[in-house]
Write a protein that binds this ligand. Structure first.
Ligand SMILES: [Zn+2]
Length: 96
């Protein structure tokens, strides 16, 4: 199941806690037109919390989440076309 979070940090944080092995599409390109840097991370990736403060994570950058990676990849294609990739750090963890 795909779930989207926008300006709803408490619910997003709950989701991440419930699914530490879930996946998060970080839709960076919606706020920064210069980048096509939408990235899929594991929900516990430190990159997701790095740029935004506590309580601000879904305020500027909407998140699209799923516990199923192939489902989220399909959704990324629908939403972003080719403008997304896997976080390199998370990719290594997934491949292990
Ligand atoms: Zn990551």
């Amino acid at each position: 199941m795909i779930v989207s979070f926008k300006n709803d940090d408490p619910v997003y944080e709950n989701w991440c806690k419930s699914y530490p092995n879930g996946f998060v599409l970080n839709r960076t390109s919606l706020t920064n037109k210069k980048t096509d840097n939408n990235k899929i991370h594991l929900s516990n990736c430190s990159h997701l919390t790095r740029s935004n403060g506590q309580g601000q994570q879904t305020k500027t950058i909407p998140k699209v989440c799923s516990i199923n990676l192939s489902e989220l990849i399909e959704e990324a294609h629908l939403l972003c076309g080719e403008s997304w990739n896997m976080c390199q750090t998370c990719k290594k963890k997934i491949e292990k």
